[in-house]
Design a binder for this molecule. Structure first.
Ligand SMILES: Cc1cc2nc3c(=O)[nH]c(=O)nc-3n(C[C@H](O)[C@H](O)[C@H](O)COP(=O)(O)OP(=O)(O)OC[C@H]3O[C@@H](n4cnc5c(N)ncnc54)[C@H](O)[C@@H]3O)c2cc1C
Length: 479
């Protein structure tokens, strides 16, 4: 059998009676083994050279966060002329670690970003632990499962290194950067933007990747803008120097097998993993918090964090006791938006500007990377600028439901993880027992493990979905 195409659902192979397509209209992964079998002969894998744009565009991106940088890379790789405007004088990232799940790593590998990241850590597994004693109550094997099931690894990395890698790859592809350039106003119809110094810049398309407090979103939506809202949760974000942890027999084991550990309990949890090639331990302590962020005192944050987790697993409290500085951070979520594109069809928002979410699926940036892959694919399939509004419409038609569902899944974890000890907690832990004991299971309250959630979350290929949607919209066959 010879693999010939995978541009539509199913697998085309050369059978004894000529080319045949094996398809299924119901949710199934029974045909995946065939795709994998033929993937080794496919150009469109990790080393894919993205198809060059049929109509190269002059594109402005606002914001050099992960969303803006990923979009710059994905577009420049396809031959567009890209300029990124960033208000900060140098790249900035708040917080230390970030999880980079397979739905994003599969794209980063195709775009040639992976070799630029010097210290990805690939955790063997993620363990969910009982709050009071650290007993493992949920377990997801990440190695080799992510690579075998989804064709891409699950990484954790220092945010600054991730951002720098995207930036380096963007420079390599010829992206222009205008740092220290804050955008004051937009004209979404033209489209153009004006910097603080009064200079106006015009483009074929403007992409607002300017984060949770986006001005671009206001320009796109006008009076229909719905700003992000407080979720009732906050997080202490911190790192611990691993030399301290190595010196203590009670905490050393956390570094010996690089894995992720998440202690869950009533109304709060602690997500931890090692980053920066093993030299830094990342800690995010989430808790419910109804008070107004303006009343928070950052000076007492370390003390408060220690107090909140004082009666938790002694191993975790030891780690928290090693924190030297921390920041209390309000966790916000974007409200569901009807549109991400301007009426002119020439301006669009993505990333946190469009869909900030609770970090409880570890997917906010990953969904921004998916946005980048989807948008770059669509903008490279149009044949003239007259098709731009259609491309942006198809973009939001695909991306809004996907992002909304990930926001929902993140909010679902805020319930699943935070049960008080009692009937729901017991039923949850019981339902996760098969995965802990290495038994076969068909469902799990652990959304990292649940087979259907996994396939939906990590199996998603944003570029493939964009190609399919454009084929459907345009009726054109894509080579
Ligand atoms: C505690 C926590 C843990 C998380 N963990 C994960 C995780 O493990 N995995 C994951 O995938 N996601 C995670 N996320 C989510 C992730 O951090 C965000 O979704 C992601 O960083 C958003 O990237 P962005 O590029 O859209 O926005 P941002 O990173 O906010 O970037 C926006 C950029 O735009 C610039 N800008 C803003 N306004 C202007 C202007 N007017 N002119 C010029 N420039 C401007 C800003 O300076 C900034 O550089 C987490 C979030 C939190 C809070």
């Amino acid at each position: 059998m010879t693999y010939t195409s995978e541009e539509s659902e199913g697998v085309v192979f050369e059978g004894a009676l000529g080319p045949k397509k094996l398809t299924a209209s119901y949710p199934t992964r029974s045909l995946e083994f065939l795709k994998k079998l033929y993937q080794s002969t496919l150009p469109r894998d990790v080393d894919e050279i993205a198809q060059l744009a049929e109509c190269p565009l002059n594109i402005i991106i606002v914001g050099a966060g992960i969303g803006g940088l990923a979009t710059a890379v994905a577009l420049a790789q396809r031959g567009h002329d890209v300029t990124v405007f960033e208000q900060a004088p140098v790249l900035v990232e708040v917080g230390a670690g970030i999880q980079v799940p397979p739905n994003s790593t599969k794209l980063l590998r195709r775009w040639g970003v992976e070799p630029h990241v010097k210290d990805f850590v690939e955790p063997k597994a993620i363990n969910f632990r009982r709050w009071e004693n650290g007993a493992v109550i949920g377990h997801t094997q990440l190695i080799p499962d992510c690579r075998t099931a989804f064709g891409a690894p699950y990484y954790v990395v220092h945010r600054a290194h991730y951002q720098q890698a995207l930036y380096d790859r963007a420079l390599e592809l010829g992206v222009n950067f205008r740092m220290n350039s804050r955008i004051n106003t937009y004209d979404a119809a033209r489209p153009s933007l004006t910097l603080e110094d009064g200079k106006e810049h015009v483009a074929d398309v403007i992409i607002g990747a300017d984060g949770i407090n986006s001005n671009a979103r206001k320009a796109v939506l006008g009076i229909k803008d719905k700003p992000p809202v407080l979720t009732g949760f906050a997080a202490y974000r911190a790192t611990v120097n691993t030399s301290k942890m190595l010196a203590d027999p009670d905490t050393r084991w956390l570094l010996e097998n690089p894995g992720q550990n998440c202690w869950i309990g009533e109304r709060q949890h602690a997500m931890t993993y090692v980053i920066a090639g093993g030299s830094t331990f990342n800690v995010v302590l989430s808790h419910s918090e109804e008070s107004d962020p303006s009343s928070w005192e950052q000076e007492t944050a370390i003390e408060d964090a220690n107090r909140r987790f004082a009666d938790w697993d002694p191993c975790l409290t030891k780690v928290i006791g090693m924190i030297e500085t921390t920041l209390k951070w309000p966790l916000m979520s974007g409200q569901a938006l009807d549109r991400w594109t301007s009426a002119s069809g020439r301006m669009v928002i993505l990333g946190d500007a469009a869909h900030a979410m609770l970090p409880y699926m570890s997917q906010g940036a990953a969904i921004a990377v998916e946005d980048a892959g989807c948008l770059a694919t669509l903008l490279s399939l149009i044949r003239s600028t007259a098709e731009l509004p259609a491309a942006l419409e198809v973009f939001e038609k695909i991306r809004i439901p996907r992002a909304n569902q990930m926001q929902e899944a993140s909010a679902v974890n805020s319930k699943l993880w935070h049960f008080a000890d009692g009937p729901e907690q017991k039923a949850r832990d019981e339902a996760m027992r098969p995965e802990v004991e290495g038994r076969h299971f068909l469902q799990s309250p652990n959304q990292w493990s649940d087979p259907v959630t996994q396939a939906w979350c990590y199996g998603y290929d944003a570029e493939e979905e964009a190609r399919k949607a454009w084929t459907q919209w345009s009726g054109r066959k894509i080579q």
